[in-house]
Write a protein that binds this ligand. Structure first.
Ligand code: P6P
Length: 337
C-alpha cells in the first residue's frame, strides 16, 4: 500500500507528461527549472528582512522604476535557470529593455521562449506585503537553431503553451496550467518541495469581491465608475454591496479572487492612459490561468488573449476574474462608451 500521499511538482509534471504520448519532456524540464528558481527566490525573500537585500539597488529599470535588490536577484535566478534548462532559447523580462537571446549552442536549439515578470509588486517588499513571479511560455516561431527575434515574443496570449505564477506570501505557492486545467502547489520548506495542494482549481462564476485602486476613481472611464457604484449598491440577490479587497500586488489580488471568486480591475486612467499592467508578462499569463479555471479576462474591448502585442513592454487595461462579474463589467463599459 503506498502511504506516500505527497505529490511533488516534479511528480505531477512527469505524471501529466504521460498524457501526451509524443511529449519528449522538454516542457516538463522547463517547468521544473522554473520551480527550482522559485525556491531560490523564495529563500531570499524569506530572509529579506534579516539581511541587506531589501531596499533599492540604486538602479532604475527599463520601466523607469526604482529597481529593488530582490528584483535583480530574481531576474538573474530565473534567467539562469531557464538557460540551464536547455529548453528555452530566449527570455523577455520586465527588468530588461529587449529580449535576452541565449546564444549558447545548447540553449539556442530550445523549443520554447519565456516571458516573465521575475518579481511583481516588488515595491511592497520592504513592507512585508506578498509579492509574486508571473511567467508565460510559448513555442518559438523561428526555427530551432536560428536566432530568436522579436516576433517570437509578441504572440497572442491564446498561443501560450503554459503560464503560471508564484506567490511569495504567508505560504509560497506555484500555480500553473499547460492548457489542461489549473493546479496549485504549496512549498513545504521542511522538504524543499512544491506539493500539490490545490488540484484542478475552478474559479466561481460569481463572487463578492472587487479589487481596484479606488484612489484613481476620478480618472476612470465612465463605465468603470458606474460599475464600481454598482458594486457598492445594496442588492440582496447579487450579494451586493460587494467587499472591496486590494493588496496592490497583482498576484496576491488575483490569487485570492481565483479561489474565492471576484474581479480585479486595472483600468486606464490619467496617469496610465493605457493602463499600468504589462500585456506580455503580466496580463496574458494571468488571463490564461483565469480562463483555464473557468473565468474571463478582457481589456474592456475584447478577450485579452486575442490581442496581438505590438511591443514587449506594452501596457493594457486589465479586467480579470469570475466570468459573470467580468461580463457585467463589460456591459457597463459598452453602455457608457
Ligand atoms: P497601483 C505592483 O507594482 C503592480 O505592478 C501590480 O502588482 C499591482 O496590481 C499594481 O502594480 C498596483 O498598482 O497603481 O494600484 O499601486
Amino acid at each position: 500500500m503506498n502511504n506516500y500521499k505527497i505529490t511533488t511538482l516534479n511528480d505531477f509534471i512527469i505524471l501529466k507528461q504521460k498524457d501526451f504520448p509524443y511529449a519528449k519532456g522538454e516542457l516538463s524540464s522547463l517547468l521544473s527549472h522554473i520551480g527550482t528558481a522559485a525556491k531560490m527566490v523564495n529563500k531570499k525573500i524569506n530572509k529579506a528582512g534579516l539581511v541587506d537585500i531589501i531596499g533599492s539597488s540604486g538602479e532604475v529599470n527599463v520601466q523607469g522604476e526604482n529597481q529593488q535588490k530582490l528584483d535583480v536577484y530574481a531576474d538573474e535566478m530565473f534567467i539562469g535557470s531557464l538557460l540551464s534548462s536547455g529548453e528555452c532559447c530566449g527570455v523577455a523580462t520586465e527588468e530588461n529593455e529587449n529580449e535576452i537571446v541565449f546564444s549558447d549552442s545548447f540553449a539556442s536549439k530550445g523549443k520554447y521562449i519565456v516571458c516573465i515578470d521575475p518579481l511583481d509588486g516588488s515595491s511592497n517588499i520592504d513592507f512585508n506585503v506578498s509579492v509574486g513571479t508571473i511567467f508565460s511560455i510559448y513555442r518559438r516561431l523561428t526555427q530551432r537553431g536560428e536566432k530568436v527575434n522579436n516576433e517570437d515574443f509578441l504572440q497572442k496570449g491564446s498561443q501560450q503553451v503554459a503560464a503560471g505564477y508564484i506567490i511569495y506570501g504567508s505560504s509560497t505557492m506555484l500555480v500553473y496550467s499547460t492548457g489542461y486545467g489549473v493546479n496549485g502547489f504549496t512549498l513545504d520548506p521542511s522538504i524543499g518541495e512544491f506539493c500539490l495542494s490545490h488540484p484542478d482549481i475552478k474559479t466561481p462564476e460569481d463572487g463578492s469581491i472587487y479589487s481596484v485602486n479606488e484612489g484613481n476613481y476620478v480618472h476612470f472611464p465612465e463605465g468603470i465608475k458606474k460599475y464600481i457604484k454598482y458594486c457598492q449598491e445594496l442588492d440582496k440577490e447579487s450579494s451586493r454591496p460587494y467587499t472591496s479587497r486590494y493588496v496592490g500586488s497583482l498576484v496576491s489580488d488575483f490569487h485570492r479572487n481565483l479561489l474565492k471568486g471576484g474581479i480585479f480591475l486595472y483600468p486606464e486612467n490619467r496617469t496610465a492612459p493605457k493602463g499600468k499592467l504589462r500585456l506580455v508578462y503580466e496580463c496574458n499569463p494571468i488571463a490564461f490561468i483565469a480562463l483555464q479555471a473557468g473565468g474571463e479576462a478582457s481589456d474592456g474591448n475584447c478577450s485579452l488573449l486575442e490581442i496581438t502585442p505590438q511591443s514587449l513592454h506594452q501596457r493594457s487595461p486589465f479586467y480579470v476574474g469570475s466570468k459573470n462579474m467580468v461580463r457585467k463589467l463589460q456591459e457597463f463599459l459598452h453602455l457608457n462608451r
